[in-house]
Design a protein around this ligand. Structure first.
Ligand SMILES: Nc1ncnc2c1ncn2[C@@H]1O[C@H](COP(=O)(O)OP(=O)(O)OP(=O)(O)O)[C@@H](O)[C@H]1O
Ligand SMILES: [Mg+2]
Length: 283
């Protein structure tokens, strides 16, 4: 469970408009994004007009119950799926306007994706799966690719499994291969759907610490997570319910030497006219 974060009086608008953020530029902007799935059983609106901005350098968690629309939401950002209406802007790219080929080329260089169900290529070894995005995007010299992939596998403590096929690995091991693959082209944005869902607590912590280091290096991370302990460690938590963003909490965690462990300032974004308020965050 999330802990009860200490009450602070904070200026909500300042917190949301940059005080607790690294930059001022929106790296991701969703405008009135609607996603309707059509089937014989009828239409189902999975996203109901999402407006969302994420700045470069932010570490954001998307949380919400199963079926609330988290995967659908991040699939809009990565261009894995298209909105029925609305706009998806990432960096200078209007992702919703690109053709399939353009999306694949754009994504390969700009976004590292960790899929909820890994989606490793079953006929390729772990090493080949990690090399693939580099080869696809012609990133790094061909001689370098193998070395880089091995280093990424080592970072994930998976080097000894480099020559195994995904079918010969556990769910947690496949997840770590998928994370290594997402980092292959050193993308500025990493989007991960339950990246620690299949990992034991120790490995999940190690992976999360790696994500924190990536954010410190300037990457932007958007992760879907059910793990409230990990969600507590991010800068911002966005809650999705029934295809809508119902809460957007910015948190500035004080990790300074004199800080008490639970010294956390939070601001809840209730919209542009929100006023300063006392907030107890027990999400
Ligand atoms: N291809 C599809 N066709 C029809 N409905 C879909 C499709 N994909 C998702 N949905 C529906 O859209 C809703 C949101 O699904 P989504 O996968 O985004 O949920 P989620 O929050 O990621 O759930 P979980 O935590 O279980 O992964 C669900 O009700 C789901 O049944
Ligand atoms: Mg999902």
């Amino acid at each position: 469970m999330f802990g009860l974060w200490r009450k602070h009086r904070v200026n909500t608008r300042a917190a949301v408009n940059g005080r607790y953020r690294h930059g001022n530029q929106h790296l991701i902007e969703l405008r009135q994004v609607v996603k309707t799935y059509r089937s014989d059983a009828g239409d189902f609106m999975a996203l109901k007009g999402i407006d969302l901005q994420v700045n470069a350098g932010e570490f954001v968690a998307i949380i919400g119950k199963s079926g609330s629309g988290k995967s659908t939401l991040i699939n809009m950002v990565t261009g894995v799926d298209r909105p029925t209406s609305g706009e998806v802007l990432v960096g200078n790219t209007a992702v919703h306007t690109l053709s399939e080929n353009q999306i694949a080329a754009w994504r390969g260089r700009n976004v590292g994706i960790v899929f909820q169900f890994f989606q490793l290529l079953p006929t390729m070894t772990a090493l080949e799966n990690v090399i693939l995005p580099m080869a696809f995007c012609r990133m790094y010299h061909p001689h370098e690719r193998r070395k880089r992939a091995m280093q990424l596998l080592e970072d994930m403590e998976m080097a000894s499994h480099a020559h195994k096929l995904p079918s010969a690995m556990s769910g947690g091991q496949q997840q770590r291969i998928a994370i290594a693959r997402a980092l292959a082209n050193d993308p500025p944005l990493i989007v991960a759907d339950e990246p620690t869902g299949n990992l034991d607590t120790k490995t999940a912590n190690a992976v999360f610490s790696l994500f924190e280091r990536l954010v410190q290096q300037g990457k932007t991370m958007v992760i879907v997570t059910h793990d409230h302990t990990l969600a507590e460690r991010v800068q911002r938590a966005i809650t999705v319910v029934d295809g809508m963003v119902v809460e957007d909490v910015a948190c500035a965690v004080n990790h300074g030497p004199a800080a008490e462990a639970e010294d956390v300032a939070c601001a809840v974004n209730h919209g542009p006219v929100a006023e300063a308020e006392d907030v107890v965050c027990a999400v």
